[in-house]
Design a protein around this ligand. Structure first.
Ligand code: G6P
Length: 364
């Protein structure tokens, strides 16, 4: 809508789009849930999903990172094996497929050529496809059998923010619908309407702490040339996205790592004051990830802890609001987005138009 078309008093679109995320969470609930809180999907789409023996999520860049968060959602809520693949790899080195695969294309723009070549190939093989996109009229939406929209409003900044959280929100809704259709107990217990509301609240709480996040960004990244983001499980997946945000717009060499893997090589790079951001929202592995942070600190590294409120310890720099651990990236990434934003801003870069990058890439 017209109100979305300017950046108003915001210095950059990216900050505006970060701020819009709580509204997008509520909008997804409005668009996809009925009055009783049931997810409403087209019947033929639900049938196609039910017939599949495996889901393949195909994406690139930030959308790939949203796909990774989708894997445990589909596996745990719907009980369906799910693979997440890069279009640029999968199309040319197709692995052995299951007997009845269904393809889910995640794409903010719906125009990414790397993903489209996979759609062309899987369609030729006769497999069904669903596109989840922010642009309902896009190529991937038109060419797939089914399309669902993100309803995030136009995303102008090259670095994707609200599309990532909207993609995870739609994955949660589809996983809930499929799990309910399969009578999965985990799906019945998963109150997706409540979780989207919690996500909006948790996001807003971080958005309301912008000054604190700006200070943390200065303290951690003002002059650094490299940075690491660590976590396990879903916290690992959000580490990949938080690192991508920082490198895209501030040109810091940032890497996301599975926290337990750091000690198998990469910890050699830790020097005095090397910044490491640790995501700690998974109750099963929280203590292990903390121990990995201590290993970094013992070698001079500087650790910023972003913890779930029920796992938080004194001294944690950021504590996030209540949310199911499967969906914690909906909240924790807002911290990653704002840390990246302020680092880029303070270094004087054009946050919305980073060098060498395009909003959508229509070449392979
Ligand atoms: C480009 C953008 C990224 C985006 C990727 C996938 O490289 O710069 O921000 O994540 O394409 O785009 P899509 O529109 O398919 O989500």
């Amino acid at each position: 809508d017209a109100a979305d078309l300017g950046k108003g008093t915001y210095p950059f679109y990216m900050l505006k789009e970060v701020d819009e995320q709580p509204v997008v969470m509520h909008r997804l609930a409005e668009k996809y849930l009925d009055a009783k809180g049931n997810v409403v999907l087209p019947a033929d789409l639900l049938d196609a999903l039910k017939q599949a023996d495996r889901l393949y999520i195909v994406a690139a860049g930030t959308s790939y990172h949203a796909g990774l968060v989708g894997k445990p959602l589909f596996e745990q809520l719907a009980g369906i094996p799910t693979e997440v693949v890069l279009g640029s790899e999968f199309g040319y080195h197709m692995p052995m497929l299951s007997k009845k695969p269904m393809f889910i294309f995640l794409s903010q723009s719906g125009e990414t050529a790397d993903s489209r070549q996979v759609l062309v190939k899987t369609k030729a093989l006769g497999y069904p496809a669903l596109t989840i996109t922010n642009v309902g009229t896009s190529t991937l939406a038109r060419e797939a059998d089914f399309a669902l929209e993100l309803y995030a409003g136009p995303e102008i900044a090259v670095a994707s923010t609200k599309a990532y959280t909207a993609q995870i929100g739609v994955e949660a809704l589809v996983a809930k619908a499929l799990g309910t259709a399969f009578n999965q107990p985990a799906a019945k217990q998963f109150d997706v309407a409540h979780q989207l509301a919690l996500a909006a609240d948790g996001q807003q709480a971080l958005i309301d702490q912008k000054e604190h996040l700006h200070d943390l960004a200065k303290d951690m990244f003002a002059t650094t040339r490299n940075a690491f983001f660590i976590g396990r499980g879903t916290d690992y997946f959000v580490s990949l996205e938080a690192a991508l945000k920082l490198k895209e717009i501030s040109y810091v060499q940032a890497e996301g790592f599975a926290a337990g893997e750091l000690k198998h090589g990469t910890i050699a790079l830790i020097e005095d004051n090397t910044p490491v951001v640790a995501f700690i929202t998974d109750p099963v592995t929280a203590e292990h990830t903390r121990a990995n942070g201590q290993e970094v600190q013992a070698r001079g590294g500087k650790v910023l802890h972003i913890a779930a409120h029920d796992l938080a310890k004194d001294g944690d720099e950021l504590v996030i609001g209540d949310i199911d651990p499967l969906l914690s990236p909906l909240v924790t990434i807002v911290a990653g987005q704002l840390l990246a934003y302020y680092t880029s801003y303070d270094r004087g870069y054009d946050v919305d138009k980073p060098r060498n990058l395009a909003k959508s890439v229509t070449v392979e």
